[in-house]
Write a protein that binds this ligand. Structure first.
Ligand SMILES: [Zn+2]
Length: 468
């Protein structure tokens, strides 16, 4: 057993502190699951002595950019096996959902286990050290899906904030999902309590948290939203849902509740620092201001929003009003990827079209991808390199053709240049989960083989018409 890890002599080390410090030739000492000390170039003698002690695992970072790991603030892991189905390639959100609900109704234990491993593997390999998942489909027999996810997250070694999603309002009650995937509100609340008691950990560098996450205003009842808010606040856990993703949702809320989505959510107790919404594209200026004042967070999912033609969220305005905005790959059937660095690049590019080329500087993207994400998921010791913070570190090897000529600004080079988003190293909670580009905690080949086998089984079993 070694005492920890020394990342030695980094080509560039981006701390992502308030001053955007990027150190040249610095080293990093990790002990246990914590960052112990940053050694500047001038202090390299000290780190040489420690390295010579033989008590630490040494990583040579001479060609590497070292930075805090990314935090993914919204996902639906189970969707991995329904990526890129031809029929759903060009559908808008509501049609896409209605077609896919029938497939997702077949969800089973094996599907949840391997899709979780696939999502976490892809996330880890593309720079993510902490993630959430919004799981809201619980057909009969699926009562332990979240437990399965926690077990998979432990195997991969990812910091994981699970959300206990829910759907209680099916077609017959004016909602969108079919009857077979909704649960009674009593069952939902009992399971929320069970999961919080079993997994929610509030220790300093917690690896496990639980939030409560009814799926959306059009798949649960106002009563469930209200009860969820009350219960979450009693238990001091966070709340999450989809909000303001499309114009159709605006129309739905105005028709059914006579309120715009944000007003409706406020009426059921769903605004505050303990809430984060996915998407938030169709929010007006007054709503953004309110969300900023109350510290309500947003998971920004630019690829999914472009993929479904939903729109571009007004993120620069949100940041200006103090809204915590994290970045998220969203469910893999609407991206259709869990490429975390790719999502940061998308966030860099998309706003330049809508609000001007200077509206989204690279540093703002990194702040969202790391610190804001960590704050939203309540992993408050992640997202920055500093002594005492969690040892969640990623490294990119810049000594390759994709970065040639782009090293004038090493941190931003991975957003503006590069075609391979695979990290060289991913260290999460002081443990190496990716080494030299290889996932160390699980066999990547077995994920590929089992995943493709299950994806094929799902489509065959359903006999769904996957053609366009
Ligand atoms: Zn989503």
């Amino acid at each position: 057993m070694t005492k920890g890890i020394i990342i030695k002599n980094a080509y560039a080390m981006a701390l992502l502190d308030a001053k955007n410090t990027v150190l040249k030739d610095a080293s990093l000492l990790i002990e246990g699951n914590e960052i112990k000390k940053i050694y500047t170039k001038e202090e390299s003698g000290e780190i040489e002595n420690l390295a010579a002690s033989g008590e630490y695992k040494l990583i040579d970072a001479a060609h590497n950019l070292v930075l805090p790991g990314f935090v993914n603030t919204h996902h639906h892991f189970y969707q991995i096996f329904t990526r890129n189905i031809p029929k759903m390639q060009d559908e808008k959100l509501f049609d896409w959902l209605i077609d896919l609900y029938d497939v997702w109704a077949l969800l089973d234990e094996e599907w949840v286990r391997w899709s979780t491993l696939a999502a976490l593997g892809e996330l880890a390999l593309t720079g993510c050290t902490a993630t959430t998942d919004h799981h809201y489909v619980f057909p009969k027999g699926g009562e332990r899906f979240i437990d399965t996810q926690f077990a998979a997250a432990e195997q991969i070694g990812m910091r994981f904030h699970a959300t206990r999603g829910s759907m209680s309002r099916s077609k017959k009650d004016g909602g969108l999902p079919p009857d077979s995937v909704v649960q009674t509100e009593e069952d939902i609340m009992l399971d929320c309590e069970r999961l919080i008691n079993k997994y929610h950990d509030t220790s300093k560098h917690s690896m496990r948290k639980v939030a409560l996450a009814p799926c959306s205003p059009f798949s649960v009842t106002p009563k469930l939203l209200e009860e969820t808010a009350k219960f979450a606040r009693t238990k001091k856990v966070k709340m999450h849902t989809h909000l303001c993703e499309t114009n159709d949702e605006d129309d739905y809320c105005l028709k059914v509740y006579k309120l715009r989505p944000v007003d409706f959510m406020e009426s059921v107790g769903w605004l505050g620092p303990d809430v984060w919404f996915a998407h938030s594209i169709y929010v007006n200026d007054a709503e953004i201001e309110r969300m900023g004042k109350l510290g309500t967070g947003v998971a920004h999912c630019p690829s999914s929003n472009l993929r479904l033609g939903s729109g571009i969220a007004p993120v620069p305005k949100m940041l200006a009003h103090g809204v915590p905005v994290g970045i998220a790959v969203d469910g893999s059937a609407s991206n259709d990827s869990s490429d975390m660095l790719g999502e940061l690049r998308m966030a860099l590019l998309v706003h330049r079209v809508g609000t001007g080329v200077s509206s989204m500087p690279a540093f703002d993207v990194f702040k969202m991808g790391c610190q804001h994400g960590a704050r939203i998921l309540d992993f408050n010791t992640s997202g920055e390199i500093a002594a005492g913070k969690a040892a969640d570190i990623i490294m990119y090897d810049l000594d390759s053709i994709g970065y040639v000529g782009a090293l004038h600004d090493p941190l931003s080079s991975i957003l503006f240049a590069g075609f391979n988003h695979r990290v060289n190293y991913n260290i999460t909670n002081g443990k190496i989960i990716v080494e030299k580009g290889v996932l160390k905690t699980f066999d990547e080949r077995s994920i590929v083989e089992n995943g493709n086998r299950i994806a094929e089984r799902i489509v065959n079993r359903k006999y769904i018409d996957i053609k366009r």
